[in-house]
Design a protein around this ligand. Structure first.
Ligand code: NAD
Ligand code: MG
Length: 397
């Protein structure tokens, strides 16, 4: 029987890559629903080409426009955040691709968790801002979590089955793991003189050397806060202790991450920088299905190089590592402050280096708090956003 899938964030970079993989396997998967925020034209194209049962626009006006564009079509158009969550939790759905960007993805992804779905997790911000609560809910509702972030997908592939299922609750050391090595390219500004960082434009920051991605994650890659969020993501997905997690800069993005074992073996996952590979892996797991990605040609590969991340160049990465071990209050604050700062940078209101300053200032002001429910967490996230907004406005004026 075909597996039915909902794609949250279907118009985005991950959403489109998911549609590209699904289109290669019409006999195995059926598109149940697609969701997006406001991109009506792209959503209309998706509906015409992929014929989902439902298309949900979080923005109600966009839903009206989509309905007008589609006219009489096999797809039912729905509107609003509640409907986004509803198609993630619907009884007919087997698999949910969680690919909304930012904190907006938390509630619909949680809805899929609470409905016990197989969740393909791209939306790292949801896990960063809710950590233990998210992982506990996955266990409680018997959901299945498969990482899509290329690094976490690589690490997952390099780990034994005893760690893969159920994810996030096993003992890495008992499985013979010495360390998880999280690789990152260092982004477009890896070799830029430090004094020039503050002048960098959004276009330059989004010009990633290896990957083609949405704007927010591209800016996060330039600051390496993306690697910081991924560090926190890895801590939860793989139940890591501090000494079990290390970041390594690897400019070529050929190795997507590695696991170092106590016997001296290191297992790495390599491939093209193309998200269709991790998406196909997670869709097919535990089987392998074609993704449309060409295999690596080792005879054409240049040198693979590795280096530490410079704390002066990448202050955001170091803030994130500290936040990871400080507690949930810190990672929720950092994620919220960063979302506000990146939006302000993309809007031309603040400089590139002000992103890190905003995150640092907000972290210093937020009270330490034990966050025990999603409601508390969202209120706390909101508080951090207000402080970040105030900071950004002060700098911009
Ligand atoms: P994107 O900006 O290209 O797409 C984001 C999607 O989310 C769009 O469909 C948009 O309509 C939807 N969306 C945005 N705000 C929304 C809201 N308020 N309510 C409902 N929907 C909303 O982003 P992307 O690059 O595809 O990234 C998506 C997620 O996957 C992010 O969390 C990112 O960190 C993660 N990720 C992306 C890549 C990549 O290669 N692009 C790799 C690893 C992880
Ligand atoms: Mg990644």
């Amino acid at each position: 029987m075909k597996q039915r899938i909902t794609i949250l964030g279907a118009t985005g970079s991950i959403g489109q890559s998911t549609l590209a993989v699904l289109a290669q396997h019409p006999e195995q998967y059926e598109l149940f629903a697609v969701t997006a925020n406001g991109n009506v034209d792209d959503m209309a194209t998706i509906c015409r080409n992929h014929r989902p049962r439902y298309a949900v626009m979080a923005n109600p006006q966009a839903a009206q426009q989509l309905q007008q564009q589609l006219g009489a079509c096999a797809t039912t158009v729905l509107a609003g955040d509640e409907q986004v969550a509803a198609v993630a939790a619907a009884a007919d759905v087997d698999i949910v691709m969680a690919a909304i960007v930012g904190a907006a993805g938390l509630l619909p992804t949680m809805a899929a968790v609470q409905a016990g779905k197989r969740i393909l997790l791209a939306n790292k911000e949801a896990l960063v801002m809710s950590g233990q609560l998210f992982m506990d809910a996955v266990s409680r509702y018997h959901a299945e979590l498969l990482p899509i972030d290329s690094e976490h997908n690589a690490i997952f592939q390099c780990l034994p089955e005893s760690i893969q299922q159920p994810l996030g609750h096993s003992d890495l050391a008992a499985a013979g793991v010495h360390q998880i090595l999280l690789t990152g390219s260092g982004g477009p500004f890896r070799e830029l003189p430090l004094a020039e960082l503050s002048e960098q434009t959004p276009t330059a920051a989004c010009n990633h050397p290896n990957w083609s991605m949405g704007q927010k994650i591209s800016v996060d890659s330039a600051t390496m806060l993306n690697k910081g969020l991924e560090y926190i993501e890895a801590r939860w997905l793989f139940n890591c202790q501090k000494e079990q997690l290390q970041v390594v800069v690897h400019p070529q993005s050929v190795i997507h991450s590695m696991v170092s074992y106590q016997d001296g073996s290191v297992i790495a996952q390599l491939g093209q920088p193309d998200m269709r590979t991790p998406i196909a892996y997670a869709l097919g797991y535990p089987n392998r299905i074609p993704s449309g990605v060409e295999p690596l040609d080792f005879l054409q590969l240049g040198a693979l190089t590795f280096m530490p991340a410079d704390p002066q160049r990448y202050p955001c990465l170091h803030l994130a590592i500290e936040a990871c071990w400080a507690g949930q209050w810190a990672t929720t604050s950092l994620n919220a402050a960063n979302e506000v700062a990146v939006a302000a940078f993309l809007a031309g209101q603040i400089s590139f280096t002000t992103i890190a300053e905003t995150c640092d200032a907000v972290l210093q002001k937020m009270p330490t708090k034990n966050l025990t429910s999603i409601e508390e967490l969202l209120a706390y996230d909101n508080h951090a956003r207000l402080l970040a907004q105030q900071y950004v406005e002060r700098v911009a004026s």
